[in-house]
Structures are given as structure tokens and as C-alpha cells.
Design a binder for this molecule. Structure first.
Ligand SMILES: [Zn+2]
Length: 398
């Protein structure tokens, strides 16, 4: 299937170094982007579906790098079905598991812990809720595991290792397992801030610098922040990614963004929601944090979008998150929300508004075109200009 997105007003690439692309057309071929920029009229007309973007703004699909998936499109924590499909209506085209820690009665023994990560990975390989890609399979590091266990499940596809929820006496004890997970090619992540499991204690700068995870999960607090002085330390003394999350401390999100810019480390700042949790289900969480960074920390909106797309993809080694030929065909059209004070999506974000989502395309297929269930309506009209296949893209549940 070929899809053309024509008449785009602005193309935001998701790449920090060159955040805009010239032109007004994107052509998708199957699950990959074929071209970004200009295309001949005949090339556009030959596509199976042509979307008239109505001069709205094209961005890469948002990648939420902190989602508490379990199995299926269901969250036990909030007992809600269909939350991932709802996130898709907030522009999220890929979710990365923050470990399947919310599975009721989750096991603690080595075999159970390993089986959970492998099963989660393999289930979501074959299941795309609403069209979203879910990268699951994050092993929860427990004292019952050793390096060989990690090698075994890495071979089975488990690719993430999470420190912070295990039954360790001190967070420093995670260090050998984090190193072992790294040696087996896994991406390692660590809870940051006040304890999320009663009695487990806070994880702060000293622990992170000793452990050396790839990603400081919710560096701004999940939801309780670490001491202010530790932010500059981990930015200057470490090289881990700094994940700011919607369901955390907003003041320290802004502190971290300001310090990351000051130390030329904004490429390490990535965005996630840390939901569903006790804070709830937040289908627009990614859009909120993008707006918070732009309107309160003074970061250019296109760079905030990059932190939520291309930077996440780079840290997690995903072939997505950037609008460029050959990348995953995940594209979102956004605009100034109807009835607001601003004229474009980027101006609205700078103003602190939530961008209106007008279309979401994943794996080259439009999932809805026209109106998101969750955002305000777009100012401009996004529509299907021609469709040569028997499909309805109006956004009805499927
Ligand atoms: Zn979390």
C-alpha cells in the first residue's frame, strides 16, 4: 500500500540537528517512508490513498518511552481496556514498556521473571492496538537473576532491563546486573527519585552514577523527585539519557531541561509519560510534556518534538521517530487547536496549548483522518482526498 500526504504546511523531522525539512509532501510505501519533500503530481495520484494535509504540520509519530503495558490493550492498575488505542489518538505511534511490573501477582523467582519479559515481548510482536507498535519485554532485575539468565532471555528477544523494582537491600546492588544486561546488548533503565515500592528507598545521583544505566527513568521523579543538586551531577558526570515524564514533578522537568541545554546535553533528554500508573491514563501526556517544555522552559517546539520522537528512537535504537526516507512510516498531522489564539501547531505549543491531532498514520496505514477522539479539533481541515481501496479512515473504533 502506498499513501501520500500532500499539501503539508510544515514538516518537522524529529531530528535535533535539522528539525525542519523543505517541501510539502511525504510518500509512504508499505511500512517505510519513501520520500520526504516534493513529489510529482503523477506520483501522488498513483498512491492508493492521498491525504490532503490542509497546510497542517507533519511530525513523526510520538514515541512514549515510559508506558506500563502488561498484556493486551488493558491496564490492571486502572482497570481500563483500550488505553493504548486512546494514546494513538494523542499522536503516540509507539510505546516502549517500562517493564511489565503491573501484571497482577508478578513472579519474583528467576524463571517467572524471565518468562514474563519474554512472553510480553512475543505477545506484542504480533499485536498492534489501534495500529500502535508496542515494544514490550523489559525484565525486572531481581536478586534471583544472574548474568546467564539475562543472556538466555536476550536471545529470546527480551531487550530491556529495569532496575528499581527488585527486592534488593540497596540500589547499589543492581550495579553488576545492569552491567551484565548491557553486556548482553540490552538497554538498561533505572527508576529515579523517591521510592515507588514502599521501603525500597530513594534512587538518587550516587546510585545512578554507580549503576550507569542507559536511561534514568523519570529523572524528574516518578512521581517524587531526587535532590535538585543531583540533576547537574548526572548530566555532567554521567552520559545516561534523561527521561522526563508527564506523571512526575513538573518543576524538576523544567530544571532538567534548562540544565541539559546549558551543558549541551539536550540530545540526552527524552520524553515519556510514566502512565498508566496511580496518576491515571494520559492519552495526551506526550503532547502536554512537549507543551510544558516549550512554553515553560523556553525550548523551541520543534526540539521538544524531537525529544519525544527522534531522540527516543536514537536512545532505544528504533528505526522510527524521524521523517526521512527509509524510516518507519509513522506520521502524525498536528495543527493549532480550533478556537485558540495561535495560527500554527508550533505556535500553539509555544503558547502552552495542546496541539490538535488531525491524522495518525502508522506502518504506512492511516488509522484515522480528520478528528482525534481526544484532542480539540484542528483549525485547518485534514481529509482523505482520494482512496482507491475499501477502507474507512474516519476514526471509528476497530
Ligand atoms: Zn513507571
Amino acid at each position: 500500500m502506498r499513501t501520500a500526504i500532500a499539501n503539508i504546511g510544515t514538516i518537522v523531522t524529529g531530528h535535533l540537528d535539522h528539525p525542519f525539512a523543505d517541501g510539502d509532501t511525504i510518500i509512504l510505501d508499505g511500512e517505510r517512508i519513501h520520500s520526504v519533500g516534493t513529489a510529482s503530481a503523477s506520483e501522488v495520484e498513483a498512491c492508493d490513498v492521498v491525504i490532503d494535509a490542509g497546510r497542517t504540520t507533519a511530525i513523526p509519530g510520538l514515541i512514549d518511552s515510559h508506558v506500563h503495558v502488561t498484556f493486551g490493550d488493558y491496564t490492571p492498575r486502572q482497570q481500563t481496556v483500550g488505553f493504548l488505542e486512546s494514546y494513538l489518538h494523542g499522536g503516540v505511534t509507539a510505546a516502549i514498556s517500562a517493564s511489565e511490573v503491573h501484571v497482577p501477582g508478578r513472579p519474583r523467582d528467576a524463571e517467572g521473571v524471565k518468562a514474563l519479559a519474554v512472553a510480553a515481548r512475543k505477545c506484542f510482536e504480533h499485536y498492534r492496538p489501534g495500529g500502535m507498535t508496542v515494544h514490550a519485554g523489559s525484565v525486572i532485575l531481581e536478586p534471583t537473576l544472574n548474568g546467564n539468565d539475562l543472556g538466555e532471555i536476550a536471545k529470546q528477544g527480551a531487550w530491556l532491563a529495569k532496575a528499581g523494582f527488585g527486592a534488593f537491600g540497596s540500589a547499589f546492588e543492581y550495579t553488576p546486573l545492569v552491567a551484565a544486561a548491557r553486556a548482553h546488548g540490552m538497554i538498561t533503565t533505572c527508576h529515579t527519585g523517591g521510592s515507588s515500592i514502599p521501603g525500597s528507598g530513594a534512587i538518587t545521583g550516587d546510585h545512578l552514577l554507580a549503576m550507569k544505566p542507559h536511561v534514568s527513568f523519570h529523572v524528574n521523579g516518578g512521581p517524587t523527585a531526587m535532590p535538585d543538586r543531583d540533576f547537574e551531577r548526572i548530566i555532567v558526570e554521567g552520559d545516561m539519557a534523561l527521561q522526563v515524564c508527564t506523571a512526575g514533578n513538573l518543576r524538576t522537568t523544567l530544571l532538567c531541561a534548562t540544565l541539559a541545554q546549558r551543558h549541551h546535553a539536550f540530545d540526552r533528554l527524552i520524553v515519556g509519560t510514566d502512565t498508566p500508573t496511580g496518576s491515571g491514563i494520559m492519552p495526551l501526556g506526550m503532547l502536554y510534556t512537549i507543551s510544558h517544555l516549550a512554553s515553560l522552559a523556553g525550548v523551541a517546539p520543534e526540539l521538544c518534538i524531537a525529544a519525544a520522537t527522534g531522540s527516543n528512537a536514537r536512545i532505544y535504537r528504533l528505526d522510527a521517530g524521524v521523517l526521512a526516507a527509509g524510516k518507519a512510516a509513522d506520521v502524525v498531522l498536528i495543527d493549532a487547536p480550533d478556537g485558540g489564539t495561535q495560527d500554527t501547531a508550533l505556535a500553539a505549543i509555544r503558547n502552552g496549548d495542546i496541539a490538535a491531532v488531525g491524522a495518525v498514520i502508522t506502518a504506512g496505514e492511516p488509522r484515522f483522518v480528520g478528528r482525534s477522539r481526544n484532542t480539540p479539533a484542528t483549525t485547518r481541515n485534514v481529509r482523505v482526498a482520494s482512496c482507491g481501496i475499501a477502507r474507512d479512515f474516519s476514526g471509528a473504533r476497530h
